[in-house]
Design a protein around this ligand. Sequence first.
Ligand code: HEM
Length: 415
Amino acid sequence: MQTVRRSVLTLATVSKKFTRSVAVNSASVVTNDESNLKSWKEIPGPSSLPIIGQLLHFLPRGSLHENFVTTVLYDQYGPIVKIDGFFGSPSIVLLFDAEASAQILRGENWMPIRTSFQSLDYFRQNFYKRRGAAPDEPTGLISDQGDVWKKFRSTVNPILLQPKTIKLYTNSLTEVAEDMVKSISEYFVAKAIKEFKSKSQRSTEEKGVLEKLLEINEKVAVIMASDMLFAGVDTASNTMTGTLYLLAKNPDKQKKLREEILSEKEKRPYLKACIKESMRMMPVVAGNLRVTTKEYNILGYKIPKGTHVSFVHQALSNMEKHFPEPEKYIPERWITEKTDPLFHGNAHPFAWNPFGFGVRMCIGRRIAELEIETFLAKVIENFEVEWFGPPLQTRPSSLNYTAGPYNFIFKDVKK
Ligand code: HEM
């Protein structure tokens, strides 16, 4: 149970600037004949006890203690599963169905609610309150909801999602990522202010993310720095480790990637494909979450307003029906012809959804992609990466963390 909650990264008049690529489609909500719908109580799930609900199943030695998100629940109960809340926490509905996920994600795309970590909410609210902030002031994208989230997201969206700005910022971002664990956001912002002031006036094109955020105001920069530290470090680093592991286990794919990198062509489709494929097999975020703001009819069940629904895309992207031979690392599926049975476009569009959806999708996506591409290209260009010993383990928690030992061998590439 705890794992489900933590597995979900609890991490909209939405500004026109960022609605353009988003399909708001509440018309797609299923309108089954109401009389045939089963009630919320009838949604299948593990057996439950008063007060503690299904907790026993998730404790050590319980049948669902480990990795149930991917297979066990789906195999036992099907595409929709209810996990009862316990000790006052809300119940949660898990969806293992791409179309049903699409219905809710689209239906909630106007003002998506994705609950955060209670401890983070508490800390941020008290931290900012102590500093004299008004109740409607933002605390961060991860923790805010409703109008406060919408207004703040509209402010930072154009900067964070602009490819030109992100490209400029990659080097400093990577540097920041390396030692950010030791520091707090204010430290970086203070340092950045000092640095920027010491530099002569620069054109808009040369300014990085933090510089542009600082131009809005210091508060926006501090909040965003805090969000980026919280959501951007472990996600990107675990994805890099997972990709490196899969490349080490698939030397033919690694060789092909090295050839592309050494060819020094500007575009690197195979590199992108390698990353997409590892995010399909080993997504760092197992599922996403929305709290419904209206009633839905999903897979024959009535889902009331206010329900916590989790879309378990880790399970979906590892299903044969969406991605043939799902247990194999085949980056080619992302670049092959439409006629190839492996073609990724044959999968349901919501079966691979590692960065979330719509107006609330990951705001750091471009930064993450660039970071991961830069890192992998450098490593694969310089080293032949091998792996020895048992497979790399992942530890599902708030994210799917890779767990040591990291049995990599790096051999110099003979150039
Ligand atoms: C491989 C790396 C990453 C993955 C897989 C990932 C995944 C996600 C997902 C699934 C969401 C939820 C989206 C939704 O609700 O629809 C999210 C939100 C978010 N991510 Fe990422 N992320 C990654 C890297 C980053 C980076 C590098 C940053 C910052 C630099 C970042 C910042 C955020 C923030 C601030 C949010 C909250 C957005 C909001 O609620 O408006 N993420 N991410």
